[in-house]
Design a protein around this ligand. Structure first.
Ligand code: NAP
Length: 246
């Protein structure tokens, strides 16, 4: 088991990539704190993990709420005694072209995708620094690297996540903490289910592997980066996109 005796927090663990990552981590021996704004969905992840005889617990956490993050981080420490891995996965889209985008759409995406990562990263890393070790993994996107029609807010948030990842790797390396990001391509989850079929078909064609990604493709990347096999990897952005942009 690649994560035996580790404790992991996964934000947005009630759906899509977060749920798949939580299940994979639990299969590999980690105790998983499943954080999500939607407690009902987080509980479904926990139920799936318990059916595999894994250990996990659901917590209602909104990544924009620092008080909630602090309170629940303390609870996780009390219940699991440490935090080895943080996966900053929670994220949303609120698409519109530059001309049509409302300020509220900009603010909401930046608040969750960018400030949410800052909030959780800052609060949890304080514990990791005390421990003298830890792994932080952030959800970027190919859209952050290359841009995408109708996603000014989302692209800005994900490019920002890449900047934070590299900065934290530089600041926290000497404290024993590795920080990396995963940049998924187009992955079949409720997030992409909102996109027109035509766009998804186009993305599939653009991928040199001629398929869209699955949540498991991304969970596998998080697993590798969380494990000791990646012990010399920090400050990197791993694209997992089927070669959609090469
Ligand atoms: P998803 O299925 O929509 O899952 C995201 C989860 O985060 C949902 O359970 C959502 O709850 C939760 N969430 C939303 N706002 C939150 C908040 N403020 N605090 C805590 N949890 C919150 O999305 P996904 O496709 O798995 O994406 C996961 C991550 O990968 C995101 O950061 C996304 O940007 C990134 N990503 C995805 C793709 C893709 O193609 N799917 C590509 C590149 C990057 P609700 O459902 O209640 O909102």
């Amino acid at each position: 088991m690649r994560l035996k005796d580790k404790t992991a927090i996964i934000t947005g663990g009630g759906s899509g990539i977060g749920r798949e990552t939580a299940i994979k981590f639990a299969r590999e021996g980690a105790k998983v704190a499943v954080w999500d704004i939607n407690l009902g969905e987080a509980n479904k992840t926990v139920k799936e993990i318990s059916e595999l005889e894994g250990i996990s617990k659901a917590y209602k956490v909104d990544v924009t709420n620092r008080l909630e993050i602090e309170e629940i981080t303390n609870k996780v420490i009390k219940e699991f005694s440490k935090i080895d891995i943080l996966v900053n996965n929670a994220g949303i889209t609120a698409d519109a072209t530059l001309i049509k985008m409302k300020e509220e759409q900009w603010d909401r995406v930046i608040d969750i995708n960018l400030k949410g990562v800052f909030n959780c990263g800052q609060i949890v890393s304080r514990y990791m620094v005390e421990q003298g070790n830890g792994v932080i993994l952030n959800a970027a996107s190919v859209v952050g690297i290359y841009g995408n029609f109708g996603q000014t807010n989302y692209a800005a948030s994900k490019w920002g996540v890449i900047g934070m990842t590299k900065t934290w790797a530089k600041e926290l390396g000497r404290k024993g903490i590795r920080v990396n990001a995963v940049a998924p391509g187009f992955i079949l989850t409720q997030m992409t289910a909102k996109m027109p079929e035509k766009v998804l078909e186009m993305m599939k064609e653009k991928s040199v592997l001629k398929r869209l990604g699955t949540p498991e493709d991304i969970a596998n990347a998080y697993l590798f980066l969380a494990s000791n096999e990646a012990s010399f990897i920090t400050g990197t952005v791993l694209s997992v996109d089927g070669g959609v942009v090469i």
